[in-house]
Design a protein around this ligand. Structure first.
Ligand code: GDP
Ligand code: IMO
Ligand code: MG
Length: 415
């Protein structure tokens, strides 16, 4: 059986957690394939909030097996803390031995380099994601499987510290002593060893035995290392194709692709955002949408739906349909705007240029509505909300398969 895939099509935080949790009730396996604890996926079930960073959002389905694939950079500290929210996860959670370790020095390097960049900072989450992926690509990283032999790993890390001593000194980063390091690694090993395995075989077995597999994207398409707003991006392949390398499956293993998109747009961190609204409307979207980061608590920048960017993302990912999230956040606006084209060098364009820095948006206005919050049927939506949703389908050239009207699992319209 083919795996279904959920991918963020904006700048992250689209509401992937809610959809994966909802769908996970019908899946045997849920897999993360990229990113790390920079992700923050929120799930609300019966008034209880769960914030997940590394553990796949299938964890609240008692039947599903959760996989952290080789493409993830894993912070042992972060996942150990996250695991404490749940009862024994043995037999429910598996971590690829080929995933790379994101160790405490990676976060320190990330933060120090951001400080040095001053006003050119990317606005990273400071979680060490870039440095951990850099080490992997430089072929000097450490893999999760190496945790099983802590003496050997300790020596390799101490060698790495010495080889990079000049950099640590310049960045004023203290590295742990041999004793501190081995204690840390032994603690990681004790807590994580039962979960470490060859997940490639597990995913293949599931697919070959007709199990239902769901792939959970982290971040969003516009943060992709190749196709996003470089350099203001994250360090992994966030597009659907990234799930193949990040899990060890092939393109033919992927079935349905669903893009997750907010009914407006947000971004955390720096970088171009053509439809950002710096006035009252943007502020109101932030307030009504509770737009504060799940991972860092930072206020998210807010603006209008960008149909040009969404059409680009949908094509890049091969989205079969879109789940339109947070429609209720637009409740009460008299006028709702959608970016339908850009102006670049004085000319109107309808495609995403390679550099988004110097475009300005062209808007189309829609009439607002009073209330959609909590609605679970298409027929009950106000007429103006229906017009808005239909217009987004046309503009993005993608069908909308689901509409979400509150953070709760049940407040969803299936189309
Ligand atoms: P993710 O990173 O894509 O999983 O998204 P986040 O969890 O970072 O951010 C999405 C936020 O929107 C979370 O706080 C969700 O609880 C919330 N949310 C999801 N769907 C809806 C919705 O339809 N309406 C409202 N009001 N909030 C939603
Ligand atoms: P989820 O999975 C929103 C952003 C950061 C920063 C840039 C690079 O919850 O949607 P990094 O720490 O990855 O090097 O930061 O990427 N970013 C996210 N923004 N949602 C996320 O994840 C993000 N993960 C990273 O704010 O702009
Ligand atoms: Mg998030």
């Amino acid at each position: 059986m083919k795996a279904d895939l959920i991918v963020g099509v904006q700048w992250g935080d689209e509401g992937k957690g809610k959809i994966v949790d909802m769908l996970a009730q019908k899946y045997d396996m849920v897999c993360r394939s990229q990113g790390g604890h920079n992700a923050g996926h929120t799930i609300w079930v019966d008034g209880v909030r769960y914030a997940l960073h590394l553990i796949p959002s299938g964890v609240l389905n008692p039947e599903a097996i959760n996989i952290i694939g080789n493409g993830v950079v894993l912070s042992p500290e972060s996942i150990i803390k996250e695991m404490e929210q749940f009862e024994n996860l043995e037999g429910k959670l598996y971590i690829s031995d080929k995933a790379h370790l994101n160790l405490p020095h990676h976060a320190l390097i990330d933060q120090a380099k951001e400080r040095l960049k001053g006003d050119k900072a990317i606005g990273t989450t400071g979680k060490g994601i870039g440095p951990a992926y850099s080490d992997k690509i430089n072929r000097v990283g450490f893999r999760v499987g190496e945790l099983l032999d802590t003496v050997k790993l300790q020596n390799s890390i101490l060698d790495y510290f010495e080889q990079n001593r000049a950099i640590f000194d310049v960045l004023e980063i203290d590295t742990p002593s041999a004793d501190e390091l081995v204690n840390l690694l032994n603690d990681y090993k004790t807590k994580l060893a039962p979960f470490i395995t060859n997940t490639t075989n597990m995913v293949w077995d599931a697919l070959d035995n007709n199990k239902k597999v769901l792939l959970e994207g982290a971040q969003g398409t516009l943060l992709d290392i190749d196709h996003g707003t470089y350099p203001y991006v994250t360090s992994s392949s966030t597009v659907s194709a990234g799930a193949c390398t990040g899990l060890g499956i092939n393109p033919k293993d992927i079935g349905k692709v669903t893009g997750i998109v907010k009914a407006y747009c947000t971004r955390v961190g720096n970088g171009p955002f053509p439809s950002e609204d710096l006035g009252e409307d943007g502020e109101r979207l932030g307030k009504q949408g509770h737009e504060f980061g799940t991972t860092t608590g930072r206020a998210r920048r807010c603006g209008w739906f960008d149909a040009v960017a969404c059409r680009y993302s949908s094509r890049l990912n091969g989205c079969d349909d879109l789940s339109l999230m947070k429609l209720d956040v637009l409740d009460g606006f008299d006028e709702i705007k959608v970016c339908v084209a850009y102006i670049l060098d004085g000319k109107e364009i309808d495609y995403m240029p390679s550099d988004l820095e110097s475009v300005t948006p062209v808007y189309k206005s829609f009439k607002g509505w009073e209330k959609t919050e909590g609605i679970r049927n298409w027929d009950e939506l106000p007429e103006t909300a229906k017009i808005y949703v239909k217009a987004l389908e046309t503009l993005t050239k993608t069908k909308i398969g689901m509409i979400s009207t509150s953070p709760e699992r049940k407040d969803t319209i299936l189309l």
